[in-house]
Design a protein around this ligand. Sequence first.
Ligand SMILES: Cc1ncc(COP(=O)(O)O)c(C=O)c1O
Length: 377
Amino acid sequence: MTKRSETEAWPLVFFTPRTQSLPATVPFVGPEALERRLGRPFRARLGANESVFGPSPRVLEAMAEAAHGSWAYGDPEQHALREAIAAKLGLTAAHVTVGEGIDGLFGLLAQLTLDPGDAVVTSLGAYPTFNYHVSGHGGCLDFVPYRDDREDLDALAERARTLRPKLVYLANPDNPTGSWHTADEIRAFAQGVPPETLVVLDEAYSDLAPAEALPPNDWLSPNVLRFRTFSKAHGMAGVRVAYVFGEPETVRQFDKVRNHFGVSRMAQAGALAAMADEGYLAEVVSRIVRARGILGDIARGAGLEPLPSATNFVAIDCGRDGDFARRVLEGVLAEGVFIRMPGVAPLDRLIRVTVGRDDELEMFAQALGRSLEAARS
Ligand SMILES: Cc1ncc(COP(=O)(O)O)c(C=O)c1O
C-alpha cells in the first residue's frame, strides 16, 4: 500500500465530481449546534416544529418493550406497521412504504428519480431538506415564488408544464408559512402537471390540517406520492419514522434502494402503538390548536401579524425586511428561546415559532417583547 504523510493531500478522486462540488452542510443548523455556540442550553425549544407534548404513553411503553428485542433487526418489510397504516388509509400494504422520516424518504426519491441535470420544481423558500437531497443527486432546482405567503399552485403547475421536470414539490399544509390549500385545489394542481412529472405531496402536517385540505386517500395516480410522518402530531421526531403512499407500482420502486433495516424495531413498535392511540392524537391536536391561538395573541400583542396556520407552528410577520426579522430572531435566541425563520425574501420577514407549553410560550412572549424593543431602537 502506498504510504503518504498526513500532511500530503489525498486526491479524493473516488468521489464523483458532483460530490466534490457539493458543500458539506446541513439543511438546518440544529438547536444543539446553536447551544454549543451559545455555550448554554435553550430554555425553550420552539424552532424545529417538533411536538413538546411528546409521544403517547402507549408509544413509550411499546418502545420500551421493543428495546429488549433490539438485539434483533427490525422486520425489513415492516409488515405490521404497513398493514396498520394501510388499514387506516383504507388502502393495502402495497400502497405504503415506511422510511426513516420523510427526510429519509426524500433522499431515496431523489436517488430513484434523478440523473444529474434533471430539473426539479419547488417554491422559493419551501422545505429545504427536499432541496438538499435533490442537489445531492445532481438535480437542478427551479424555484417559483410564493404568492401572498402561500405556495402558488397555478405558477408551479405552469412551470412544470414548461420545464417538464422529474419532480414538483408541494407541502400541504406548508412549512414555513403554515398555509394550506383545499383538496380540490391540490387535485386540480396535480391534474395540471404533465404525466412525466412526479408530484411530491408533502403532508407532514396532515394530522393538523383541516379535513378539507386532504384529498381522499384513494385519490391515486402513478405520478403522485404523498408523504406523512410520525414526527409532528405524534411527537416522535427523534424516532425517525414516516411513510409514503400512492399507486403500488410507484411505491414499489422504493424497494429497490431503501435501507431495509433502517427503521428499527423500536421505531416500528412505537409507530404501531401511535396509530392505535387515536385518543392521544386528538388530545395533542387540540393542545396544539390552543397553543397556536396563544401564539397568535402573543404576536398581535407585540404589534405583529401572525399568519393563519394549519400546522404546529405559527409564522409571524415582523412587518419589515429580512434584516429586521433576523435581528428579532437573534434577540429571541439570545434570550434562550430557540425559534427559526425562512432564509429567503420575501418570506424572511417572518419568524417561525413552534407551539409549546404555556410556560414556554410565556418565555417566548417575554423574549419577543425585549427583542422587538431592541430591534426597533
Ligand atoms: C414540510 C416538512 N416535511 C418534512 C419534514 C420532516 O419530516 P420527518 O421528521 O418525517 O423527516 C418536516 C419537518 O419539519 C416538514 O416541515
